[in-house]
Ligand binder design. Structure first.
Ligand SMILES: C[S@@+](CC[C@H](N)C(=O)[O-])C[C@H]1O[C@@H](n2cnc3c(N)ncnc32)[C@H](O)[C@@H]1O
Length: 251
């Protein structure tokens, strides 16, 4: 299945299924707090894989003018509605990042919440971002890494050994829709960029789906969320997380 088809099917209930999940909100608020100092109305900002405009209220709160692209027709429709509702000044285009040819260069390029995991042509994507990034620009990639301790534990506990092997060793997950999710590590970004900083998000917390379905996961989150926040900027990459935020700059 192609990414555009998959995300077309997700677009309708993306907000209720995903954006409103408290552990997604937690991770997004961490990403926003880290992003904020890099943003101002003078900066050219590109939101890659904007989905239904999940970050548009954040951009609006900072009075930004941004550009946004997405590969999915349905996500683009939802993003246009969200932009209009918020009165956000945004140019929205339907494009895969690897094929995107903008008329400006960007100070900040954001791939939030697993956009990169849906991309298989990582080298072409990195090359395109390199081309469209301003000299002093920064790239923010929020990526599902190969290891998330809670997901691995659940896979082993419920005998999903193939899932565990595929993600941890092959760096791939195959969804129910037969879509391949790629779990990238910073080594793959380092070919093109310098990795300036990294934050492991939800490294000691469950995934948003586990949080939704298991009372134990919710109790655990309550107990350890503050510790997770403190660990995020200091844990080594191999400790993993539900997502890792990578901040990249030009070589
Ligand atoms: C998991 S959603 C994340 C949406 C949003 N950024 C967020 O923070 O919730 C991934 C989005 O990336 C888009 N996408 C996937 N592959 C893409 C590509 N090659 N170029 C641009 N967008 C892509 C999908 O259509 C989808 O809307």
């Amino acid at each position: 299945m192609h990414a555009s088809e998959l995300f077309d099917t997700y677009a309708k209930d993306y907000e209720s299924r995903f954006i409103k999940n408290p552990l997604v909100e937690y991770q997004r608020s961490m990403v926003h707090a880290i992003l904020r100092p890099y943003l101002s109305s003078k900066k050219n900002v590109l939101d890659v894989g904007c989905g239904p405009g999940a970050d548009f209220d954040f951009y609006k709160s900072l009075s930004l003018n941004i550009d946004a692209i997405d590969i999915s027709r349905e996500m683009i429709k939802a993003a246009r509605i969200q932009a209009k509702r918020l009165g956000l000044n945004v140019r929205i285009a339907r494009s895969a990042i690897a094929d995107f040819v903008p008329d400006i260069r960007y100070d900040v390029v954001i791939l939030n919440f697993g956009v990169i995991n849906a991309i298989d042509d990582i080298d072409k994507t990195m090359q395109t971002i390199n081309k469209i990034l301003a000299d002093q620009g920064r790239v923010f990639i929020v990526c599902k890494p190969p290891l998330h301790i809670f997901t691995l534990k659940a896979d082993l506990l419920f005998f999903r050994f193939k899932n565990a092997y595929n993600r941890a060793i092959k760096h791939k997950t195959i969804t129910d829709e037969n879509f391949i999710v790629h779990h990238y590590v910073s080594k793959q970004f380092k070919k093109y960029f310098v990795c300036e900083k990294r934050y492991n998000l939800c490294s000691i917390l469950p995934s948003p789906t586990q949080f939704k379905h298991a009372a134990f996961a919710r109790k655990w989150t309550k107990l350890f969320i503050n510790m997770d926040k403190k660990l995020a900027p200091v844990l080594p990459e191999f400790m993993g997380g539900d997502h890792i935020l990578h901040i990249l700059k030009r070589k």
